[in-house]
Design a protein. Structure first.
Length: 102
């Protein structure tokens, strides 16, 4: 293999890229290794934060959507003449909220 700064074209495939990456990391000096590990930790923390935020956002959105659907159903039930007490029992919404829909 020739000595150079770039990987030879025949070694651009995934398994070879991994080998070259590992060999490069194994040749880091102490400062470079510390910087590399700090960067990897930062990247991992960032990805985990994004995943957590997505999960939280989806949960909040689902709850909001379910509540919106229940409120729409309650409103339709009231329009059909079903008593507020029965609507509250079926939808499990507080009577005050049912009365506010009217």
């Amino acid at each position: 293999m020739h000595i150079g700064t770039e990987d030879p074209p025949q070694f651009k495939s995934r398994p070879w890229k991994y080998v070259f990456d590992v060999s490069e990391i194994s040749n880091f000096n102490e400062g470079e290794l510390r910087d590399y590990e700090a960067n990897m930790k930062y990247s991992s923390d960032y990805e985990n934060t994004i995943e957590y935020a997505k999960k939280e956002g989806l949960e909040k959105g689902e709850k909001k959507g379910v509540l919106k659907g229940i409120l729409k159903t309650a409103k339709n039930m009231l329009k059909d003449g079903i008593s507020p007490a029965r609507v509250a029992r079926i939808t499990q919404l507080p009577k005050e909220q049912i009365m506010a829909i009217r």
